[in-house]
Ligand binder design. Sequence first.
Ligand code: GLN
Length: 250
Amino acid sequence: MQTLKILHMYPNMLDLYGDSGNMELISYRLKMRGYSSEITQYTIGDGTSTDFSSYDLIYLGGGADFEQQLLADDLLSCKDKILAAYKSGVFMLMICGGYQLMGQYYKDSNGEKIPGLGLFDYYTVASTNKRERCIGNIVIETEIDGRSYKVLGFENHGGMTDNVTSPFGRVLFGNGNKFGSSSEGYREKNVIATYLHGPLLSKNPVLADSIISYCLSRQTGSKVTLTPLDDELEEKCREVMLGRLLEEKK
Ligand code: GLN
């Protein structure tokens, strides 16, 4: 049986708004199709014994400034190995706090500069006024396998991200990378970094399947086409939410 290996980094520290649900969802959608998954939980100190490149997917959720500060040194100590995994094509999914820490730096709401891994060019600065946060539902439009897809989620961040060279999507409702931004997140072939909680993947099954399909295809070296699942309920929820939010915007 084909097994997808997932490294879930800092699940005990980066798990806002059900972010861990994203990995449960990947496991579920694999299982429904006869594939299996193996999720390894990475916690502070596991760096030396972890072979990051041996995973198919590396995942980081979102977290508060305090937790980001606590884990920053540990993350930095893994820089070379994470960089090698990313360069070899391992898929990297990062939400909010995890997104911020992969950039140049995150200057938090206390004015403290937390160094990022520097994998990407973007950087993030939060207002020192802790009330100034982008909070609420968000809808972005992106392209998945050549087709336009609306990604739904919930954002809650004080950090404003700049210098994003290739955004994940175009904002249709909500804020995105910063207040009133037209762009949201960061994307490359094997990278999705986004402010969308939700959990992201349960609200956007097409996105979940595109990540699964990327990982399975990379393992075998040939394009894996997934059998469709019954997403009727998910689609009905999406219809209601998208209708409500995009109508509100008019
Ligand atoms: N602490 C960061 C911020 O406020 C990230 C928050 C999050 O992960 N939701 O911008």
